[in-house]
Design a protein around this ligand. Structure first.
Ligand SMILES: [Zn+2]
Length: 414
């Protein structure tokens, strides 16, 4: 249980004796999230191609939208006037918003360095496009100062500024249950000295964000006065910096914590960052991992004590014809493959999603190859349901002290 003034309650239900994995309940003003859970990436206040009612029907518990994109379009004032994100979108469940720090990063240093979170991996945000927008410069769109970050809109090239205070104000108007402060994400190619300076700036920004958050708590005009603010741990792939950041941010009174930024150049480095960071955070508060992709990463993150994580994989993969299927290489098949041309079976006969209950691989392959819009929805629904069921399986295994055996069973697949 966290401090009584927080609108967010987190209860640890069971701890895995062999790792940091744990089950819990994250109680928000819009419902309870059973953890570990994945958050569907709803950058533009929607999971691409799927309406909110279908998400609920398929067991999705939590969405993460993006303050950067929603600030640019339609704007937080419009969302607030329409009752906040939940009323605006029709998704009535728990919601987070990411602050936009990663977008500032990915359009600035990340763009200059040509890298994302780990090498070439970016989250589900659309890449900056200069198509039909000749006024948008191709190089860094961002100027960082102590005060905040100035950037040009990827929508229309207009100039904007994010400060720790403005990012809180934007998210207050959007009204998600869990919001994040502005942080500066470094690239894996930044050296230690720069990464330290950025981390220290992120810490100063965290304090400013927390102050602004507390000062704005009582405004009755806000769509969701019961929001909670998480702190973000930075420090790149440097152990001492990550540890310092975890201790610093962990002591500041946030309702929970997100681990963000450059998670190293490889998956091993990402896992190391979790090994260094999570044990130093207050054990009674929830921990969120920002932006992971693969099924094996889910297991690895949960083992290291992550309670929620946002996962762009199911939606992005689905739109490219990839559907998740246990036992296949990387737990996926590509429906474009010729071997599915006459395949009358559902994607997964044991899956209870809408798609598997109604359609064959052969039909889905046809939709995919024909570029039919219905394919995006059908493939996305299956992948979301796959992850929902996987997280259920993970929670049950942790509760029954057999999480290791579950990990082994899944990694034993080809
Ligand atoms: Zn299915």
């Amino acid at each position: 249980m966290i401090d009584p003034s927080s609108p967010l309650s987190f209860y640890v239900l069971h701890r895995d004796p062999a790792s940091l994995a744990r089950t819990g309940e994250l109680v928000t003003p819009h419902g309870t999230v059973r953890t570990p859970a994945f958050a569907g990436v709803a950058t533009q206040a929607t999971i691409k191609a799927v309406e909110p009612q279908a998400l609920a029907a398929h067991g999705v518990q939590l969405l993460i939208a993006n303050a950067y994109h929603l600030h640019l379009r339609p704007g937080e004032d419009a969302v607030a006037a329409l009752g906040g994100l939940q009323r605006f979108s029709g998704w009535t469940g728990p919601t987070m918003t990411d602050s936009g720090g990663f977008q500032v990063f990915s359009l600035g240093a990340g763009k200059e360095h040509g890298v994302g979170k780990m090498g070439s991996i970016f989250p589900d945000a659309p890449a900056p496009s200069t198509r039909n927008r000749p006024s948008v410069p191709a190089r860094s769109l961002v100027r960082l100062r102590e005060r905040g970050a100035q950037f040009r809109s990827i929508v229309d090239g207009s100039l904007h500024e994010f400060t720790p205070e403005s990012v809180v104000a934007i998210q207050r108007k959007l009204g998600a249950d869990i919001v994040l402060p502005l942080d500066e994400c470094t690239s894996p190619l930044h050296d230690r000295a720069y990464t330290r300076r950025a981390m220290e700036r992120t810490h100063r920004w965290a304090q400013r964000g927390l102050d602004a958050f507390r000062e704005s708590a009582a405004d009755p005009a806000l769509p969701n006065p019961a929001q909670a603010l998480y702190g973000i741990v930075q420090g790149g792939a440097y152990r001492d910096l990550r540890e310092e950041s975890a201790r610093f941010i962990g002591a500041m009174g946030f309702s929970g914590f997100a681990i963000g930024g450059s998670l190293g150049r490889s998956k091993d480095e990402m896992l190391q960052v979790l090994d260094w960071t999570v044990p130093l955070l207050p054990a009674d508060r929830p921990r969120h991992l920002l932006g992971i992709g693969e099924i094996e990463d889910l297991f690895a993150a949960v083992r290291r004590g992550i309670d929620t994580l946002d996962c762009a994989a199911p939606t992005r993969l689905a739109r490219n014809g990839g559907v998740l299927l246990r036992g296949e290489r990387r737990h996926r098949i590509n429906l474009r493959n010729a071997r599915f041309e006459r395949d009358d079976r559902p994607i997964d006969p044991s899956c209870d999603c809408f798609t598997c209950r109604h359609h064959s691989r052969a039909y889905l392959r046809h939709l995919c190859r024909a570029g039919e819009l219905s394919f995006y929805r059908l493939a996305t629904l299956h992948n979301l349901r796959f992850l929902v069921r996987l997280m259920q399986e993970i929670r049950a295994a942790i509760d029954e002290d057999r999480f290791d055996a579950l990990v082994d069973a899944w990694s034993g697949s080809p």
